[in-house]
Structures are given as C-alpha cells and as structure tokens.
Design a protein around this ligand. Sequence first.
Ligand code: PLP
Length: 365
Amino acid sequence: MSTVKLNPQLETIPVYTPGRPIEEVAREHGLDPSTIVKLASNENPLGPSLKALAAMEQVLRNLHLYPDGSAFFLKRKLADHLGVEPDQLILGNGSNEIIEFVGHALLGSETDVVVSQYCFAVYPIVAALFGAQLITVPARKLSHDIPAMIRAITTRTRAIFVVNPNNPTGTLVSREDISRLLAEVPPGVLIVLDEAYVEFLDDPVDCLALVRNRATPNLLLMRTFSKVYGLAGLRLGYGIGHPELIAGFEKVRQPFNINAVAQAGAFAALDDGEHLRKTRENNRRGVEFFQSNFTHLGLDFEPSAANFVLVKVGDGLRIFTEMQKRGIITRPMGGYQLPAWLRISVGTPAENERCLKALREILGR
Ligand SMILES: *Cc1c(COP(=O)(O)O)cnc(C)c1O
C-alpha cells in the first residue's frame, strides 16, 4: 500500500457512523437478535408495505436482466404522484446518492457549500470528497439560522443545504425562512432542500409548486423511500428540480443505479395510501408518547416534526451503551456535537414502552 497515492482529501475526510445493526449488537452483547429493538435510524417500525413486498417478489425471477436504466414506469408514476413531469425527477440509490450527484455536478476545489451546525452528516462528507470548502453556520438553538446561512454565501458558494424537518434535531424551518431562502439566495447557488421527513408533516410548506411552475431553477428538493415508505433497505431516493438541472444530474448518474427490485417496490408503495396513513398515525402517537413522558420525567427535549425525538440525557454515550445492553439501540449524538443528547426513532407502541422503561431504569427516574 505504501506506494499507492490516495487522493489527499481522503486523509481528513469525516466518516459516517450509521445506526448500529441489530446482528452486530446481538453478537457483541450475547443477545437474541429477535429481542433487540432498533430505534437508531429513523426506519419505519411497521415495516414495508405488503403491496410493495408482493410486487418485488414478482420481479425476482427476472433478475438475470438489467433493470430499465431510465426507470420509465417508476418515474412516470412518481411524477404523477407529485404533479410534476418525469424530466423533473432524478432517482438515486437512496437520497444519499443525490447528494453525491450534487458533488459531481457542482463541487470542486475552488467552491464552497453552506450548511447549518447539526446538519445531516453526509453533506460534510460529500463536500470534502469533492474538495469543496464547508461553511458551517452556527445554529439558532437547535434550528437552522436561515438569515445567517444566506449571509454566509460567498462568490464561491455553489450549494446551500437545508433540511426540513432537520435530522437529527427534528426542527422545522419556518414558512418565512423558506420564502426568504427562495427570494434571497443568488440564482447561481443551488438551494438543496432535503425533505426526507416531509411526509410526516400535517401542513408542509409546498415547495413542489415552485418546481411545477419552473420559477426557481436553482431549487432541488430531495425525498426518499427510506423513511415514511419503510423501504430503507431498498435504497431509493429522488431529487425534484428544473429539467435543465436534472439533465445535468442524469449525466453523472451510473446507468443502472436503481435496481429492478427497487423500481418495482417503490412503484407499488406509491399505491399503498393505507400503509402511509397507518405509519403517520403510529408516528404521531409515538412522538406524543415520548414527549409527554419526557415532560413528566423532567427531561429536556426538542419538539419533533419528524419520526424521531432528540432528548437530553446527560452523558449520551453512557446512556446509549446502557440501553444497548438492554437490547435497545438508539443513536448517540457525540458525532453531531450534541454529546448530552440521544436520538430515539419512533417504534411501535410496544417498542416505545420498552425503550422508555429502560431509559427510566438507567436514569433512575
Ligand atoms: C434519512 C435521511 C436521508 C435519506 O437517506 P437515504 O439515502 O434516502 O436512505 C436524507 N437526508 C436526511 C436528512 C435523512 O435523515
């Protein structure tokens, strides 16, 4: 290895630490995997849609064939679902891949990107990968400070990343701040609005309308099938934007980045409104359950607009470790500069109960 020259930016690149897999924790603590509750990655506790599962089984016998590289049927269906045109959609291997497309299409060593403190961990990684400078704007409490983010834009800025609702804080960007963003960010800077959790909102700000009327060519919305649709293992996310922007992204995309199973599963999932309704209802109750209990226990928390709660527990890493010994996987927040906090994804009612019981035992409350 000593003679191989890796790209210099790899030396300092941050590494993404995912939620710990159930099997890994089971091995480490000698636990039965079937008893472990994973509330670490904001997955859907109800599982995937049964309609999606059935559709995916149907395509398995054709896996010797390459998938449709243009994902024609899925794109058309998704476009109808969103009220946009197929040429306004780019599909990715998770919306994580869309973030990488932004890197390929816009970033380089003479550029910078603007993010908020406590932003999604993948943005800094992608910025570093492409040699772009990261401008991190201090949060206002735990929320994006949008006016400060706009002020932080330089002549070298190519993209500004805003997450609404934000992961890991669960905070919302206000309607006024979104309007400000759209009005004040220079047209040469791409506004990436990451809406991974938008389907959990009762009254979201409708930015799709702006894509529909093509009035804001520097806006990219990002969404995913990983959260509300319960298909995180399938890896499918998408970007919605102006056809010219999308055409650029299509050039940096690998020809078969969306596999055949994902195309079939997502297509069918879009028809399962009942699964979505149950998911939202379970989530609403779960967030309410955790937050009312945190209030009761005197624990500080950030009111959540998403499918997880951020709670202040003191020594987050210690509580995470103790919870893990009891078979409950949560997410410590040290990597996000929030070492006193724990992020807990909403589970089923039984999983939430078990999680709260363990937390109370450990905290002695
Ligand atoms: C979960 C999440 C995503 C989605 O990731 P996928 O690659 O689609 O699984 C994107 N952005 C944020 C902020 C997230 O929390």
